[in-house]
Design a binder for this molecule. Structure first.
Ligand SMILES: [Cu+2]
Length: 466
């Protein structure tokens, strides 16, 4: 990784609050207009040119969509790009036709066309929206934004902040490196950038006040970068994972935010007025400061707030594990993966020939290269499904199931407590995850790696619910 061009950039900048788009609320129906289009973004600061990006309404991240739980959302998407696009509403249990997977749940939105999404999110929490056409390029150019479904009873905090974290691969003139989908990224860890950002800004400084209680919504919009964050002595509480409430707990180690995943934190700012505290990432070999808290000189209060931080636990259908359809899923392939041969378009081929066609990954020896492939799981509506996912590769895989949330039961045979619901669990090399869900949402749903280059290179399959 080459950070040479960007490590010397320092200095203070104000918190780049994401600006709401034109939204009007008609009772319980909130409408948004989203226009994906080319734009310029100030990512690395004044010493460099602005970066040409693709952004919703020209912003990176796109405007935060924020609606009360129970309200209906509609989003009219007008494509002002020169490429087809579509929007996926990541983590929302919505009707299949609104899922935004071009080629599976809808035709792509052509340049100049408008497509209106409309659905009522059944669950509150922290979600995001992003392109699902050539995602490894379109998300990599900036087509993503936060989607917040507000709880009826949110915890009392001083500020509710969204940190959309991403990393960019920029050249020395701060433009986006055009090497999308190169063979190395496809077969290794995916596109890992050289400029990690929070809300589209590199080396952001976030002003805080001593005694302040923050709710921090971490959303990882990276193509493939995973984060392992340390908040120093702050010792945050995790109150939700992938949008779903969990009994609040203080992890004894770093906070892992895999690609596409979300983590909601409650943080009491217990530092000294005037001091600074970096939030440090150390997922990969080289650790770095992602963002820095800077305390104002005036404390907000001298003790910490004493308010209840627990969210209502999610209202998910409980899988019936004893009567579940069981499915083992073996992820194989990639560099150093040892996969010899796999099935591509119904034909057994050796990996060399598969790689020649641009694919390197397989699920249960089948390359997931098309939207009309036979589904790996085909069940009747209401059926409980028990999954055992084995990662037999040399790389981590954030596995995203569309249209459902899965209960994470075990990691390597050890029970996960407190129990949690996930839509994008990060499965490390040689780990085995046991998950269960009720297949209660009819349609053909993608189940794929959210390291977007891995998906492009075959790491995906389908779940059919009829
Ligand atoms: Cu992967």
């Amino acid at each position: 990784m080459n950070r040479r061009y960007f490590l010397k950039i320092g200095g203070l900048s104000t918190l780049s609050a994401v600006v709401p788009s034109q939204a009007f609320s008609a009772g319980s129906h909130v409408s948004y207009a989203l226009t994906p289009k080319p734009a310029k973004a100030d990512i690395v600061g004044a010493d460099f040119p602005a970066t040409p990006v693709w952004g919703y309404n020209g912003q990176v991240p796109g405007p935060p969509l924020r609606i009360p739980h129970g309200d209906r959302l509609s989003a009219a998407v007008t494509n002002a790009l020169e490429a087809p696009t579509a929007i996926h509403w990541h983590g929302i249990r919505l009707p299949n036709a609104m899922d935004g997977v071009a080629g599976l749940t809808q035709p792509p939105i052509k340049p100049g066309e408008t497509f209106t999404y409309e659905f009522t999110p059944p669950d509150s929490g922290t979600y995001w929206y992003h392109s699902h056409v050539n995602a490894y390029e379109q998300v990599g150019r900036g087509l993503y934004g936060p989607l917040i479904i507000e709880e009826k009873k949110p915890p009392t905090v001083d500020r509710d902040l969204i940190w959309m974290i991403d990393d960019w691969r920029l050249t020395k003139d701060a433009s986006i490196s055009e090497d999308f989908g190169n063979g190395h990224d496809l077969s290794h860890a995916g596109r890992i950038g050289n400029v990690p950002t929070v809300n589209g800004r590199y080396k952001e400084v976030v002003k805080v006040r001593a005694g302040e209680r923050l709710r921090l919504r971490l959303i990882n919009a990276s193509n493939a970068r995973n984060f392992s964050l340390s908040f120093g002595a702050l010792n945050p509480f995790i109150i939700a994972i992938d949008g779903q409430a969990i009994e609040p707990f203080q992890p004894q180690q770093n906070i892992i935010v895999g690609a596409a995943s979300r983590v909601d934190l409650i943080i009491d700012m217990t530092g000294t007025p005037g001091s600074q505290l970096p939030v440090v990432d150390s997922f990969y070999r080289q650790s770095f400061d992602l963002v820095t808290f800077e305390y104002e000189n005036e404390p907000l209060r001298t003790s910490t707030l004493d308010s209840d931080i627990a969210l209502d636990l999610p209202d998910m259908p409980e899988p019936d594990v004893n009567n579940a359809v069981t499915q083992e899923i073996v992820i194989a392939g990639g560099a150093m993966g040892g996969l010899q041969r796999a099935m591509l378009n119904g034909e057994w081929l050796d990996l060399r020939e598969i790689a020649r066609q641009g694919y390197v990954w397989a699920i249960n020896d089948i390359v997931g290269n098309r939207m009309d492939m036979p589904p790996l799981i085909d069940v009747k509506r209401g059926q409980s499904v028990l999954l055992t996912i084995k990662n037999q590769t040399a790389f981590p895989h954030p596995m995203h199931l569309h249209g459902h949330h899965m209960k994470l039961l075990e990691i390597d045979g050890e029970k996960v407590e407190p129990s949690q619901w996930v839509d994008s669990p990060l499965i490390m090399p040689r780990e085995t995850f046991t998950l269960a869900f009720v297949a209660d949402n009819p349609g053909d749903w993608l189940f794929h790696c959210h390291a977007l280059e891995h998906h492009a290179a075959g790491l995906g399959t389908l779940v059919r619910v009829t």
